[in-house]
Design a protein around this ligand. Structure first.
Ligand SMILES: NC(=O)c1ccc[n+]([C@@H]2O[C@H](COP(=O)([O-])OP(=O)(O)OC[C@H]3O[C@@H](n4cnc5c(N)ncnc54)[C@H](O)[C@@H]3O)[C@@H](O)[C@H]2O)c1
Length: 313
């Protein structure tokens, strides 16, 4: 990025955009934000202040300051002179297309435009933009100021240089960027989550285990390893000295047998009620805000430990 101008535009400052804004500010950028909702500026400034101590603990650049946040009435004003644009408006095709047309006309021609979209492929929106080769998906995980993963996905018209530049940019923020080579619904990480949810919901539906026991099965079991190494390396380690090769030979056939037995599930009022009641029972009288605060505190500790460790990057 150009060091003399370090302005990033954040278009849409809801759940995801506000967290992106805080992340960019913590890395020493000027952030020019915009959002048409009433009270959006006040809400954003308050969230940035709330998150600032956490961002300080995560590590910020010396020049980082919440004072470097500006708020603009129009997307055109926000994106002027921006070196990068992160779009995080509503997940609606018509709004994404209109926003892209608007911001691409006002931004410098070579400024990357990343959309946070979880489900709308770049190919369905980028032709609305001027210079569509710089439009791509930069899909974060909530909250982007804490979770490192960003999925970068190009559309039909996205250039290889734009992908490369976006990857380098996110990595420069300390993010873990992965390039998804083909547009598929839900990108990669959410598809993996959805595969697990399908079986978890199915097991509840069939009465095999309670909601809280299924949560425990992940949070006190494989989930601990998944936060450190992904599914393939965990399989490799499960194979002992023979690694994944031995695992595939030895446990491959039973795993195929389990695959054949996994359930198909459709959400319906009865199943939804079982899931809702199960979560209510699991939570009991626990306070949700306390749980979120404790989860975030542990997450921060884990992220710091991971950053200090030599375990694969
Ligand atoms: N919530 C998540 O967990 C999550 C995770 C990853 C990606 N995303 C993606 O991020 C994007 C934003 O999702 P969110 O959860 O923050 O939604 P949100 O509803 O919290 O925020 C959307 C914001 O966009 C604003 N907005 C409305 N019209 C606009 C316009 N024309 N231009 C600019 N802003 C406008 C709204 O006022 C609102 O503040 C979506 O594309 C979504 O798919 C969401």
């Amino acid at each position: 990025m150009n060091d003399t101008n370090k302005k990033i535009a954040v278009v849409g400052t809801g759940v995801i955009g506000a967290s992106w804004a805080a992340c960019f500010l913590s890395k020493g950028y000027d952030v020019a934000a915009t959002d048409p909702a009433a009270g959006a500026e006040e809400r954003l400034r308050k969230l940035v202040q709330t998150w600032w101590p956490t961002l300080e603990r995560m590590g910020m650049t010396d020049d980082a300051s919440p004072e470097r946040l500006s708020f603009h009435a129009s997307p055109e004003a926000a994106v002027q002179d921006a070196v990068f644009i992160q779009e995080s408006g509503p997940e609606r095709l018509d709004i994404k297309r209109a926003t892209l047309a608007q911001i691409s006309a006002a931004a410098p021609a070579d400024t990357l435009i990343a959309t946070s979209s979880s489900g709308i492929p770049a190919s369905q929106i980028q032709d609305a933009a001027q210079h569509p080769e710089r439009v791509l998906i930069g899909h974060p995980f909530n909250p982007p100021h804490l979770i490192p993963l960003v999925e970068v996905v190009g559309g039909r018209l996205t250039s290889a240089q734009a992908i490369e530049k976006a990857m380098r940019f996110y990595e420069s923020l300390g993010k873990k960027a992965i390039h998804i080579r083909r547009e598929v619904k839900g990108h990669v990480a959410n598809r993996l989550q959805a595969a697990l949810w399908r079986e978890a919901f199915h097991l509840v539906q069939e009465g095999v285990a309670s909601v809280s026991d299924i949560d425990a099965a992940i949070a006190h079991g494989p989930g601990l390893r998944w936060a450190l190494l992904g599914p393939f390396l965990n399989v490799h380690l499960s194979g002992g000295e023979g690694g994944i090769e031995h695992f595939l030979e030895h446990l491959g056939p039973p795993v195929e047998d389990w695959w054949a037995d996994l359930g198909e599930v459709k959400l319906n009022p009865e199943l939804n009620q079982l899931l809702i009641a199960g979560v209510d029972q699991e939570l009991g009288t626990a306070n949700l805000a306390d749980i979120v605060a404790q989860r975030d505190e542990l997450l921060l500790t884990l992220l710091k430990l991971k950053a200090q460790s030599d375990l694969l990057p």
